[in-house]
Design a protein around this ligand. Structure first.
Ligand SMILES: NC(=O)c1ccc[n+]([C@@H]2O[C@H](COP(=O)([O-])OP(=O)(O)OC[C@H]3O[C@@H](n4cnc5c(N)ncnc54)[C@H](OP(=O)(O)O)[C@@H]3O)[C@@H](O)[C@H]2O)c1
Length: 506
């Protein structure tokens, strides 16, 4: 792995953004580059090239990007640093061209050669496909045909956005297409969840503390719950969602990556390939899903944070009799030495009561016997909760004695909030991912086999859901915690979901 220190500027290079006029570029990629510049983590010699079919000059492009950046910064009550921005903007060139046309790539090749010579970029180029997924094979193929991925005179890397396929066959086809023109180590499949500090902190928590790893197994852990709840609906993405649904959109990528971080065996090093090998082993141990292990839901009209909101079927660009799920829950069984008999319950949905993502690890109960002659009727189990959003932190819940003469217990919690301990540099979530790619660290990116293993796991469910229409859609009110059937999934095992709530709550 060509890794360098994680706190030094990456080597000189060009970054080429396909989809330069798109939403992702304006809202996330360019603000992330600006944030990297302010922490000194952009290459000292940098050329930023934007490619898009919307015709504009480089000056018009940078002026437009600045407007967006100002808005993004204003959300954190920050003002733009004009000197810094003019440095970043000074490195930008806009190239108007169609992704489908070979001449776009010959022009790009000429431009990169010129910039390389003028600015001493060492022949290094990072290509970022900030475009709709139908263009992934098109751009990769044209880059390959134009010999732009030839990495003999500097690195050539390609960032692939989501979604990576819609099912196993399309993910395989996309991998095959990319691998026809690129080597695996040149491909960076992005999962923006892995850019979150708390997700990366799972490894630090597990492997950097003598306290947790010895109890991180079936002897001590009863089960694990992973929740990614959103309070927003499909907003303007009805067309996309009608072709996707909650399961495809969230589970094989984001939620499975969280499962991998929690459940993989300790790697021999933090080297990307060592970590990826452990994740691959874990995916192999996850048992095939049966339809009885999954629950789907679709939101009805309801009230979310005091506002009345329509049913999914009434959203723009959604069919009035749509059978697409906006909620999915599942029980995973991991059949290996560490996790045999410890279910992992996953759930994700739109229009739930609040926005909240967490991994909750429930420990086995202490023996009750000692308390039989006390007023304590039952013992609450202990929980370790890793909060991912919106309030990043870790919480440990355990039983403590309530003051007074009688032996009474109450579940209490110890809290660690990221923002109370660390000054976090302002971030939009793409900084680490882009930086890692610039220094050649693929740890937070998915390898071809992982993507395919994840799709293979959900494939029977996708097929089963496609073959049978849901009988009770819509089956949960907007603003609720999801369908009743999801409760039954855990009730069958004598368990229940944690309430979806914010960290400040109990
Ligand atoms: N937006 C987000 O918040 C977000 C978040 C996470 C991931 N992503 C992923 O990021 C990728 C990009 O999303 P996005 O929302 O930024 O898409 P987008 O707004 O549609 O951006 C794509 C850009 O490419 C241009 N374009 C389309 N066809 C072209 C062609 N043949 N030749 C040259 N330019 C062309 C588009 O121009 P026109 O629109 O004028 O045609 C647009 O400016 C997707 O894979 C998405 O899943 C997006």
């Amino acid at each position: 792995m060509s890794m360098q220190s994680h706190n030094a500027p990456p080597p000189a290079c060009a970054i080429v953004i396909f989809g330069a006029n798109g939403d992702l570029t304006k809202r996330l990629v360019v603000p992330a580059l600006y944030n990297l510049a302010r922490t000194g983590l952009l290459p000292k010699n940098l050329a930023l090239v934007g490619v898009d079919h919307n015709k504009k000059t480089s000056e018009e492009w940078t002026a437009q990007l600045k407007v967006f950046l100002v808005t993004v910064l204003a959300k954190n009550s920050e003002e733009i640093d004009e000197t810094l921005w003019s440095k970043v903007a000074g490195s930008m060139t806009f190239l108007s061209g169609d992704f489908e046309k070979p001449e776009t790539y010959s022009q790009l090749k000429g431009l990169l050669a010129e910039l390389n010579q003028k600015q001493g970029l060492g022949g290094n180029v990072l290509f970022y496909m900030a475009v709709a997924d139908r263009f992934f094979p098109v751009i990769a193929g044209k880059l390959g045909e134009a010999a732009l991925m030839d990495d003999t005179k500097g690195f050539r890397r390609l960032i692939v956005e989501k979604p990576f396929g819609h099912d196993l066959a399309s993910a395989r086809a996309l991998n095959a297409c990319l691998l026809k023109y690129l080597k695996e180590e040149q491909i960076y499949r992005i999962d923006h969840f892995l850019g979150k500090e708390t997700v990366q902190n799972i490894m630090a928590l597990r492997f950097g503390n003598g306290l947790f790893e010895p109890i991180w197994n079936r002897d001590r852990i009863d089960h694990v719950q992973i929740t990614v709840a959103e309070s927003i609906g499909v907003e303007t993405r009805g067309k996309f969602y009608e072709a996707t649904g909650a399961l495809r959109d969230m589970i094989p990528n984001h939620l499975f990556q969280l499962v991998a971080m929690v459940a993989m065996e300790p790697p021999v090093s933090f080297d990307a390939e060592d970590i990826r090998a452990k994740k691959a082993e874990l995916f192999k141990a996850i048992q095939p899903l049966a339809l009885t292990d999954v629950v789907r839901g679709q939101y009805d009209a309801g009230t979310v944070q005091d506002a009345s909101v329509p049913a999914y079927r009434k959203e723009p660009n959604v069919s009035p009799d749509s059978n697409i799920e906006t909620y999915a829950a599942m029980r995973l069984k991991i059949d290996n030495w560490r996790w045999a008999g410890v279910p992992f319950y996953l759930r994700t949905g739109k229009r739930l009561n609040i926005r909240s993502s967490e991994i909750a690890i429930r420990f086995k109960q202490a023996p009750y016997a000692l308390f039989r002659d006390t007023p304590v009727d039952e013992l609450d189990a202990d929980w370790l909760i890793l909060r991912i959003q919106p309030d990043e932190g870790i919480r440990l819940r355990f039983n403590a004695k309530r003051p007074g003469p009688a032996m009474m217990l109450e579940s209490v919690s110890m809290r660690f909030n990221y923002k109370d301990y660390f000054h976090q540099a302002p971030a939009v979530g793409y900084e680490t991912l882009i930086y890692d790619c610039l220094i050649g660290d693929a740890t937070l990116f998915q390898r071809a086999d992982q993507v395919e293993a994840a799709w293979a796991l959900v494939e029977p469910v996708l097929k089963g859901w496609q073959d049978t229409n849901p009988r009770h859609f819509p089956n949960y009110a907007a603003g609720s915690e999801g369908p009743i059937a999801a409760n039954d999934l855990l009730a069958k095992d004598g368990r229940s979901w944690r309430a979806i709530r914010i960290l400040g709550g109990k």
